[in-house]
Design a protein around this ligand. Structure first.
Ligand code: FES
Ligand SMILES: [Fe+2]
Length: 421
């Protein structure tokens, strides 16, 4: 749960690119960032380059949040030292040349690599020699879809927010039965649960019977903190969907041990949620079923994810939990997370999605709905069998990408459907 520099999990998380701002949050002023318990300053200089630097100036510790973005680099407000995006010193005004040269050789402002990608700004905060390739997930490259960047802030530890993705059963209660139906009506049915674990990829599939249809909905976690799931609104199990994909791609990022921000894209298009849900409040509704900024009474009547996970306290006491079989996905991923953190303490580097799988990285969050009439007997076993088959069809196409993968998966799903009429 603890993620500051030097903690086991903090060092583990620093082995991955993490989003820490939306591009639209950055103008000509520096932006004070809190991430993984550190205070940093993000800026874009006049040439359009991004820099992420330590907050305190190495001269006499003024805060770079009050610095000035120049054509090249950022200038400290106090005595005008100018720093490049990599933190090296470009100018030390008003000093003898030999002294300025000496200081420039001896010190710098701490800085991290930054990558802006489709409206989100990512940084890598780990050791320079361990920097991984920036992973691109396959769902970000689907044609004719709109990626809408958003952020959602939670006042609690990051694992409380992350857990929900491998908790498919909470959708049937929190988002359906306890509250008003926050997503589609069909989610109120619990269905059968299947869990998968491969390397750092964890899937929780919910297989539901909706009349004549079998609906396989997959929630996904790629460690350490990348999450996806099916459509929030347009999938309800009442019409066939062949290989629907995720409605969000989202990272659950610790701000510090008691605050978390989900940085994400809400995804609109034929294979996610339809464009008509691309409204100003659309991303918030996809994120947690309700608007984030609501009165206490409203939050009590219609609790969403924020109420469920913030209500546990700033750092939940996991020792007081009583886990049950539907928590299997949570148990599995926590165990793996703990192992990866301990391994790193022992010098074993964790895996990277971009190195373990083909690029773009194949992912699985999404919905498939097949028309398959109910069995008179053992329909529950039938649902589980179909769920397994649907997942296997996707795994079998893992080495393919783009339209080739789509074609193979969709054809196999349709023949599976045809074989069970
Ligand atoms: S404190 Fe930054 S230049 Fe002096
Ligand atoms: Fe939720």
């Amino acid at each position: 749960m603890r993620t500051s520099r030097g903690s086991a999990c903090g060092e583990y998380l620093r082995r991955y690119w993490q989003p820490l701002a939306l591009t639209r949050e950055i103008d000509d002023r520096p932006l004070l960032i809190r991430v993984l318990g550190e205070e940093l300053v993000l800026f874009r200089d006049g040439s359009g380059q991004y820099g992420l630097v330590h907050k305190q100036c190495p001269h006499r510790r003024a805060s770079m949040e009050f610095g000035v973005c120049e054509q090249r680099g950022i200038r400290c407000c106090y005595h005008g030292w100018l720093f490049d995006i990599d933190g090296s010193i470009l100018e030390i005004p008003g000093q003898p040349q030999d002294i300025a040269d000496l200081v420039r050789r001896q010190t710098r402002l701490g800085a991290y690599p930054v990558k802006e990608f489709r409206g989100l700004v990512f940084a890598y905060l780990g050791p320079p020699d361990k920097i991984p390739a920036f992973p691109v997930y396959d769902t970000l490259e689907i044609e004719d879809q709109t990626l809408v960047p958003y952020r959602a802030d939670y006042r609690c530890n990051w694992l409380q927010v992350l857990d929900a993705i491998l908790d498919p059963i909470h959708t049937s209660f929190l988002h359906s039965r306890v509250s008003r139906a926050q997503f589609s009506d069909g989610l109120g049915e619990i269905g059968e649960l299947l869990f998968y674990q491969r390397e750092m990829s964890f899937l929780g599939a919910n297989v539901r019977r909706v009349g004549e249809h079998v609906w396989v909905r997959v929630n996904e976690l790629v460690l350490p903190n990348f999450t996806q799931a099916g459509a929030a609104f347009s999938a309800d199990g009442t019409r066939p969907i062949y290989y629907g994909r995720t409605a969000f791609s989202r990272w659950v990022v610790p701000i510090d041990d008691e605050n978390t921000t989900a940085f994400a894209w809400a995804i609109f298009g034929e294979r996610a949620d339809p464009e008509e849900y691309n409204t100003p409040e659309g991303p918030e509704l996809i994120e947690q079923g309700e608007r984030m900024d609501r009165s206490y009474a409203e939050r009590q009547r219609y609790p969403g994810d924020a109420e469920a996970v913030e209500g546990m306290g700033r750092i939940a006491d996991q020792k007081m939990e009583h886990l049950v079989p539907s928590d299997k996905g949570i148990i599995q991923y926590r165990r793996k997370l703990r192992k990866l953190c301990r391994d790193l303490e022992n010098g074993i580097e964790p895996g990277q999605a971009g190195a373990l799988w083909p690029n773009p990285v194949p992912t699985y969050g999404g919905d498939t709905v097949l028309r398959m009439p109910a069995r008179e007997q053992n329909d529950r076993e039938f649902l589980l069998e179909i769920g397994e088959r649907v997942m296997q069809i996707q795994y079998d196409a893992e080495d393919l990408s783009g339209t080739a993968r789509d074609a193979q998966v969709i054809e196999a799903l349709k023949s599976l459907e045809a074989a069970h009429q």
